[in-house]
Design a protein around this ligand. Sequence first.
Ligand SMILES: [Zn+2]
Length: 436
Amino acid sequence: MSQIVITVDINMKLSLKSVQNLNWKKKYSKEKQKIMYHIAKQKISKPFIFLGDFNAHNKIRNCLNSNSQDKQLEKTIIENDLCLIKPTQPTRYHENTNTSSTIDLAMTTPTLFEDIEWDAEHDLHGSDHYPIIISIRNKPTNSDLKRLNYNKTDWSSFTFMIEEQMKNFDTIDDESRNRWIEIISKVIKQTTPVIQNKKDSLSIFTAEIIAIQMAIKFISKSNSKNFMIFSDSLSTVTALKQYRPQHNLIIQTQNRIHDNLNDNNGKKMTLIWIPSHIGIQGNEEVDQLASQAHNIPISNLPIPHNDLRFWTKKVSMEKWQLEWNQTSNFLKLSTPFLSQKNEFKGLKRKPQTIINRLKIGHSSLTHSWILNKTNSPTYNSCNEKLTIHHILVKCNSHNNSRKRHDIPSEVEKIFSRDKINNLISFLHEIQIFNRI
Ligand SMILES: [Zn+2]
């Protein structure tokens, strides 16, 4: 008899698949094929937790014997690159014999493995299986919030959502304060894009590959026959398994592995992924060494040009910005920072065009006189020289409209995402929307 109770309270996408009482006895039983099918055809999207009564006995899990089901299970785990979450107590109680065994198991994908904790209750609750509690350690929210690009926060949505939430609170006391902090971080995550920056992952990836190449070099010179390389970089290990890799360093590394492992020298090499920061001695020592590495001189190792792309872009952007700071045209006023991008989400083509023309300060209204070979026009509301700057910020005849539509007095802020709709309605009201 078994019962399934599931409580889920997490903020990530996760697949759960439960199987019961599998019959693995035939070598390729239907159940096993079913699991393989689900995983192989990605019917279960990653990351996932795969739970079940697999009826797999193994002495290392305090069972009386090991059985063939366990061998099948082990094969499934290896073939699908899964991790078995190690139970810390028996999961099944046999009333007749007054013995226990550990047959309810959980498997997961490597990315999730490090964050999973396995526990079980000691009360059977009337079943013959103990309730198993699988919890996923939450990564600290702090680091989540650091990865956000606050320059691109949608502040009007943020304000709106916070105001909606505020309706549920009368006062804020010690207890509700923490709930508030949670709500605010949740809302800010929903209204702010994550920083798109691959700088770190690129160079770390290169470093990991080069480390593996160094290990292969060591292997080629050694007289021993069997080698194991342990790496905590899942992306590197996965990349090295690719059938037709694109990355130059991966192709190079695969070739070196082939050069050094052949029938002539009888050498054997195994590449093993290990989770990091869980106290594996060798891994911790390597981490220590890596943190001391900035004390040694810079090496001349060649790196892929892709790694330089980020820095090239950054340096040229900074140089350009310095030059831009010296400029004094209207575009400089509306777009003082070159890195900021137009965000026209949800706007139609026509308003997009108009906003771009306004930002540059060139429009049919203010500049068509050059083509028409007439004199430069004055604004008919006040007889001042007609410029976009004058209409948007200076012209006193629009003071009331500006106030009504809450148009900021700084040019840059007029074009910020949360003020765009105000700007459009302002242009309609002063009847120049169709003349830009
Ligand atoms: Zn005016």
